[in-house]
Design a protein around this ligand. Structure first.
Ligand code: HEC
Length: 85
């Protein structure tokens, strides 16, 4: 057998093995509802976000009151006693 034919045979054998779906005999196929619940990606343009309301100014107030204590005035981060590193 030529070297090329041997390489081809080896590639087909390896690819065939990789394509065979493994069976682990546990778990189940998720329902479409479960998948929808996990599909929570939000894109940079805001697509995927739930309907919302408010303005940048209101958001700044919320951030200053509820987030800045740990995340810093500009989101630069801060060491906080008792918080995860
Ligand atoms: C008590 C301190 C504290 C407050 C208050 C706080 N955070 Fe955090 N936040 C943390 C810590 C600590 C982490 C990192 C958690 C981790 O990595 O497990 C974190 C992580 C995050 C992350 C994830 C960042 C990443 O890189 O994945 C976001 C987003 C975030 N906070 C937003 C907010 C917002 C918005 C608010 C205000 C509504 C807020 N946080 C208030 C302490 C705080």
């Amino acid at each position: 057998m030529s070297r090329n034919a041997l390489s081809l045979l080896l590639m087909v054998a390896i690819t065939g093995q990789a394509l065979a779906a493994p069976r682990y005999n546990f778990g189940r196929v998720p329902t479409p509802e479960e998948i929808a619940g996990w599909d929570i990606d939000v894109r940079p343009d805001g697509a995927g976000l739930p309907p919302g309301q408010g303005s940048v100014k209101q958001g700044q107030e919320v951030y200053a009151n509820a987030c800045a204590a740990c995340h810093g005035d500009k989101g630069e981060g801060k060491r906080v006693e008792g918080a995860a590193p």
